[in-house]
Design a protein around this ligand. Structure first.
Ligand code: ZN
Length: 98
């Protein structure tokens, strides 16, 4: 029985597909990865998020199945910045914002 409390990001549901099978993303304690669709989401600092999804646009638009959803709340010098959209699996560059 999953015990999910509260409505914060990382509470156990993927924001892209609603799957509950998520795991911690590498060594970021508050970033999670969906086992079903590979979405990456959570809270981290801006430079960490740039390592996961590069802050540049993809050169050639990939097929939809080659992309993954990302949604970060990033803590930086300007407060909280939200970065969300779709990125290319191979290059980890941005395909679409929002
Ligand atoms: Zn998912």
């Amino acid at each position: 029985m999953p015990t999910n409390k509260g409505g914060e990001m990382g509470d156990g549901v993927c924001p892209a597909c609603g799957d509950r099978e998520i795991q911690r993303y590498q060594n970021c304690p508050e970033v999670f990865e969906c086992c079903a669709c590979d979405a990456v989401f959570g809270t981290c600092n801006l430079s960490e998020s740039y390592a996961i999804v590069f802050p540049s646009w993809v050169k050639q638009e990939p097929a939809p199945e080659e992309t993954f959803y990302f949604d970060f709340e990033c803590l930086g010098s300007e407060g909280v910045t939200r970065r969300h959209g779709w990125a290319d699996r191979k290059s980890r560059c941005i395909v679409q914002i929002g």
